[in-house]
Design a protein around this ligand. Structure first.
Ligand SMILES: NC(=O)c1ccc[n+]([C@@H]2O[C@H](COP(=O)([O-])OP(=O)(O)OC[C@H]3O[C@@H](n4cnc5c(N)ncnc54)[C@H](O)[C@@H]3O)[C@@H](O)[C@H]2O)c1
Length: 308
């Protein structure tokens, strides 16, 4: 049993991770300000500190608590919001992240595992599927700030010996996903299907994403805590799925047609996104287990269930 801190543990991925850690017998504390997370997603057996990751009190608390491991997931996750207000994104994703790192260092934590992003860090690239060694040209303050925090993790390792792993996720989907989030296209479309509402499809629908199911992501987090692996690792399926394929999978899961309204393509939207996952296989012995139709079915069933 380990003492583990999860920032963002009331969110979509974080709360799923916390459930799994608790099932495995760990003692878990969640830090979350509930800006996009939900109180009811927080596992009853976890301690909950309702606070902002930028709060200086966090450093004092970690000095006392004696955590071995920190999973850092709390973040401003909306790419468009980061474009509208880069300073706010920086405040949360860099200064807040730095506060977590400083707290981890002063609290004698052994390792920090950070939730980072693939697509937003690599930007538009000709290298598809994109490897961890691809050049990084983020097209948003969100991507820039995630990349900057990755560099800080490496800095804390070099200077203070704080061990770390960065997991760069593709598009994560599954139950509990926040519908307002930038990466939440599956959440938006499954919700529309379940409530018989129309949803908007931008452009020709041929834009692609690499959809990875939340349980697979949680699995990667758990394995990364057991293996000494520094640096960045893509967590993805390495498969491109376009919007029409996603719609077909949702229609299959629901057994009916989705109402779609077509709209012009959005300026600046990435055309293709798919991440190589060879490093995850080689270093973590990790590969995705849940295929897309199955993941969509589980997500849709959850949306229907929570509507009741
Ligand atoms: N969902 C994806 O497709 C995806 C892809 C790549 C990376 N990520 C990363 O994974 C992590 C989790 O994302 P998610 O999809 O579960 O989003 P989410 O919004 O459900 O979870 C983020 C959590 O952080 C909390 N939070 C935000 N700002 C905070 C602050 N200042 N102080 C304390 N808590 C704060 C929110 O309340 C929420 O519970 C994020 O770091 C995100 O950037 C997600």
């Amino acid at each position: 049993m380990s003492k583990i801190l999860v920032t963002g543990g009331a969110g979509f991925i974080g709360s799923t991770l916390v459930d799994q850690l608790i099932t495995q017998g760990h003692k878990v504390t969640v830090v979350d300000n509930l800006v996009s997370g939900c109180r009811e997603y927080i596992n009853q057996k976890a301690d909950f500190w309702e606070m902002d990751i930028s709060d200086p009190e966090l450093v004092a608390r970690l000095r006392e608590a004696g955590f071995e491991l920190v999973y850092h997931l709390a973040a401003q996750i909306d790419v468009r919001k980061s474009v509208a207000d880069p300073a706010f994104d920086t405040q949360v994703n860099i200064l807040g992240g730095l506060n977590v790192l400083e707290a981890a260092r002063q609290g004698g934590v052994s390792k920090v595992i950070m939730a980072s992003t693939g697509g937003a860090i690599y930007g538009e690239t000709d290298e598809l599927p994109t490897s961890e060694n691809a050049p990084t040209y983020p097209l948003s303050p969100y991507g820039i700030n995630k990349l900057a925090l990755e560099k800080y993790l490496n800095y804390y390792y070099q200077v203070y010996g704080l061990n770390y792993t960065v997991l760069r996720f593709a598009n994560v989907y599954g139950p509990r996903q926040y519908k307002g989030g930038e990466a939440g296209v599956v959440a938006i479309f499954t919700e529309a299907m379940a409530s018989d509402k129309a949803c908007t499809l931008y452009g020709d629908g041929k834009q692609t994403r690499d959809f990875v199911y939340v349980d697979d992501v949680v699995n990667a987090f758990i394995v990364a805590s057991k293996i000494d692996c520094r640096g960045e690792i893509n967590i993805s399926t390495a498969k491109e799925t376009d919007m029409w394929e996603m719609i077909m999978a949702i229609e299959e899961a629901a057994g009916k047609k989705l109402k779609i309204e077509l709209a012009p393509a959005r300026a600046g939207e990435q055309r293709r996104s798919v991440l190589l996952n060879r490093r995850a296989l080689e270093t973590l012995d990790w590969s995705p287990r849940v295929d897309f139709p199955e993941g969509i079915k589980r997500t849709y069933d959850w949306v229907k269930e929570t509507q009741k």
